[in-house]
Design a protein. Structure first.
Length: 206
């Protein structure tokens, strides 16, 4: 069992990684979307199974085939994990890619289809961001309203609604939503973006 201690170390790292992924997706737990939450944990969990099995596989290897067995096992684990990662929520990945490329209308269409099948707050929020970016703040406001109705603690939904409100000229309500970002479930990056947006609103109001 020569790989026992390195295996424990790798598993400890995976536990931390799994915790971080779970923390990033805790909004799914708030709305009881347990299946969607579990799907996001599949890649690190599957990697953990492969890592845990490595010492037992290598125990069965001989001196002559030790290197090839290790290489084949690790390559197989890497390929299967990559396939599982790509298989998880491909529709979301396509929508996110379209948004990052600036194809906002395409992203809005994709998120509209996704939210129709799986009406989760995060999808309505992303739909709102896509609609707002494509020049339709009125529809964006409706989508983000729905996101907040389903999950009043979703920080990104308040940020996206604030953007739509600012586009519609409702700057006071936009400021209120940006301030709300600091009171609900928001990560450091989102809070920084909200602070910058608040500063921009204050400068333009002077």
């Amino acid at each position: 069992m020569r790989l026992l201690y390195p295996t424990f170390g790798a598993l400890a790292i995976l536990v931390v990684f799994t915790f971080l992924i779970g923390r990033q997706n805790r909004d799914l737990l708030r709305v009881r979307a347990y299946r969607d939450f579990f799907l996001r944990l599949i890649p690190p969990l599957s990697t953990g199974v492969f890592v845990a099995g490595l010492p037992f596989v290598m125990d069965l290897a001989t001196v002559e085939n030790y290197g090839p067995v290790l290489l084949v096992y690790l390559c197989g684990a890497a390929v299967l994990t990559a396939l599982m990662t790509r298989a998880v929520t491909p529709d979301e990945r396509r929508a996110g890619t379209a948004f990052r490329k600036g194809e906002y209308e395409k992203a809005a269409d994709l998120y509209d289809e996704i939210s129709a099948r799986r009406p989760l707050p995060r999808f309505y929020s992303a739909l709102g961001a896509s609609l707002d970016a494509s020049g339709n703040p009125g529809a964006a406001l409706e989508a983000t309203d729905q996101a907040i109705k389903l999950d009043p603690r979703l920080g990104i939904a308040y940020y996206n609604r604030a953007s739509a409100l600012a586009s519609l000229g409702e700057r006071a309500r936009a400021r209120g939503d940006l301030q709300k970002v600091f009171q609900v479930d928001s990560n450091r990056t989102l809070r920084r973006a909200a602070a910058e947006a608040l500063e921009t609103l204050e400068k333009t109001d002077r």
